[in-house]
Design a protein around this ligand. Sequence first.
Ligand code: PLP
Length: 400
Amino acid sequence: MKPDIRNTFPFLQKEKPLIFLDNAATTQKPQSVIDALSDFYSNHYSTIHRGIYSSGEKATQLYQGAREKVATFIGARPEETIFTKGTTEGINFVAATWGDENLNAGDEILLTQMEHHANIAPWQELAQRKGLAIKFIPLTSEGTLDLSKLPELLTPKTKLVGVTHISNVLGTLNPIDTIVAQAHKVGARVLVDAAQSVGHIPINVAALDVDFLVFSGHKMLAPTGIGVLYIKKELHDSVPPYQFGGGMIKRLTLSDASYVNAPERYEAGTPPIAQAIGLGAAVDYLNSIGFEKLSQYESELCAHLIDGLSQISNITLVGPLDQLRQHGHLVSFAVEGVHAHDVAAFLDKHNIAIRAGHFCAQPLIEVLGKNSLNRISLYLYNTKEEINYLLDVLNSLCKK
Ligand code: PLP
């Protein structure tokens, strides 16, 4: 990666910038994303769809332009690309609308043992309310999904399979195409949590043939408060609106209402206009680099990190390390005899930010037989020098 990448991130331009290795939680923002927000608020600020005046029209153009960019980025059509607040809202949206409307007592939902709480809690709530059963695809000892169990777990009662594209704890990249093909055979729909993949590898929802896909902008260089829910067009008739109000009404009387088509059907109220424009700018930024270069760079960094961590005697790494060396961007580990929070606090004293805890994946941490872990997650602006410094500091901690 060219050194000038770092120069495009104001956060990294301080005299002694924080060594930011918590990119799976959220990423820093390039100047072009900050400029897109600033330009909108400074020069074109208005709400969308309403103003019959020039800045209102410009705001609408920018917002819909962002939708088109994001749709192209994930291989979707604009009307299939719904702006949300983020991954969590996207999954709650599907559970509360399609799930509530289409799932009935006795139906089954199939999740995996490596899901983030965001892809478990909404389904648990729905299951309790409607009498559904939830099953889980187990893990292999390497930290991949044990797909040999799929044929017995998928039954005609399975109505939804919810799976993370890349695990936020193990870094595992799951074979979505295989899971979709088997799920569709029994008539189940598939929801993919792309929170950890969308900013790192190319996604094409049409090629993957997924039914729903969700992600958050803030993990891919965009502002907080914006995310995307992809809903396959053929499902639109079976997905009622999530919220009701302005912007999605075709006609409303004092007794009832009819609604416009997607995407506006699913975006009641004034949407996060600036944030969506910021997401469009983040897509432009990632496109200007290209996933081939980005993935290759991240994998090189990740392999270097794994090699270094493996040489520290009291560190135990989790996850499919060979896979992560090929195409990884995060690694989790435990330091024997030191609590994960103490490891992170020690690194913080040395100006390094990493994550400690259960990463909102308590069931997975339990399956791994741990109480907590540390996680280092990389992005395009991290460098080998930063990793070498981290390894030195970790070495000094482990020798104490
Ligand atoms: N799913 C995964 C795999 C995640 O890593 C995260 C965030 O860490 C989420 C869901 C939730 O994302 P958000 O908090 O942006 O809604």
